[in-house]
Design a protein around this ligand. Structure first.
Ligand SMILES: [Zn+2]
Length: 300
């Protein structure tokens, strides 16, 4: 990783230690925090990074195909949403709405894991879906949906829409990654990058216990300002930033403070009331742009 900030290029930085807590391994890693834009990055990528992505890593979990009946219901629900007969639905409806997606667009999900988002889009009637992930076990090929075992730099072709849902922060070189993403976009193409950000109150308060620091898997965590600078340097226009943090920023961070790994059941440590309060607090922080993650909507 570079010694200057990958986002704003400033070399004014402070070091701190990040600890592996998801699996409770306790191994420690040097990180930097930019003093200019507040982005965070790992000082050195571990040579054996693959060791920190075991087979039970959540993104690799197999997808259970919905029944024909459930798929039909999902397609109907999406039609109602499209006709504005219902206002809300699952989270992917927000992305569809914010990106202005339509069913025939060529849509890529990079770092898609087993392809949960793409499967939901396929059930809703989207017909031109492509997923890429270098770490998956099996490739998928079904009508309208192809998932390939490929890293970002080996993806070919161009797309109307490219999405990364919590994968960008795992990429080794943010500038090379953005450059490659721009190449994959059609003229006027849309890019959605959802990832943790350092603007969150939880990071400011809890520092290295923040569960989305996720050492050593998260290699680069920008601030909103840092992400805007990064996109702009590569010719992207930032159209909107939507905070979408959840209750997990509180309960998972509290678990880490108790020395517990992420697979701990939060219901064993927090009351229903506490969990419901965490959810409300997350919604309030999102409104204030102080949640711990956001979606960046760029256009080429
Ligand atoms: Zn910076």
């Amino acid at each position: 990783m570079p010694s200057s900030c990958p986002a704003c290029i400033s070399d004014q930085k402070k070091s701190f230690i990040g600890t592996e807590r998801m699996y409770g391994l306790g191994e420690q890693f040097d990180y930097y925090e930019c003093q200019k834009c507040q982005s965070v990055w790992i000082a050195e990528i571990p040579a054996d990074l693959g060791r920190f992505y075991p087979q039970d890593y959540y993104a690799f979990q197999e997808i259970h195909e919905d029944s024909a009946f459930k798929k039909l219901l999902k397609r109907l629900r999406y039609r109602l949403f499209k006709k504005r007969l219902i206002q809300s639905g699952p989270e992917y409806f927000d992305w569809i709405k914010n990106l202005g997606l339509w069913e025939n667009e060529r849509i890529a999900d990079i770092g898609c894991g087993a392809g949960i988002v793409l499967h939901q889009l396929a059930y809703s009637g989207f017909k031109n879906l492509y997923g890429f992930d270098p770490y998956i076990q099996h490739e998928t090929q079904r009508r309208g949906l192809t998932i390939s075992k490929k890293p970002l730099e080996q993806i070919e072709g161009t797309f109307d829409v490219v999405m990364l849902h919590h994968s960008f922060e795992h990429l080794a070189d943010p500038n090379a990654a953005i450059e490659q993403l721009v190449k994959l976009l059609n003229p006027d193409g849309k890019l959605l990058i959802r990832l943790p950000v350092t603007d969150g109150v939880v990071w400011k308060m809890e520092r290295e216990f923040w569960f989305q620091l996720d050492a050593p898997r998260h290699l680069f965590i920008p601030s909103v300002k840092g992400m805007e600078i990064l996109g702009h340097r590569h010719g992207l226009k930032l159209e909107k930033v939507i905070f979408d943090s959840t209750a997990s920023q509180f309960w998972a961070t509290e678990l880490y403070k108790l020395g517990l790994p992420l697979n701990t059941d939060p219901e064993k440590h927090f009351s229903k009331q506490e969990l419901s309060d965490f959810k409300k607090k997350a919604e309030q922080l999102n409104q204030l742009q102080k949640g711990d993650q956001a979606g960046f909507y760029f256009r080429k």
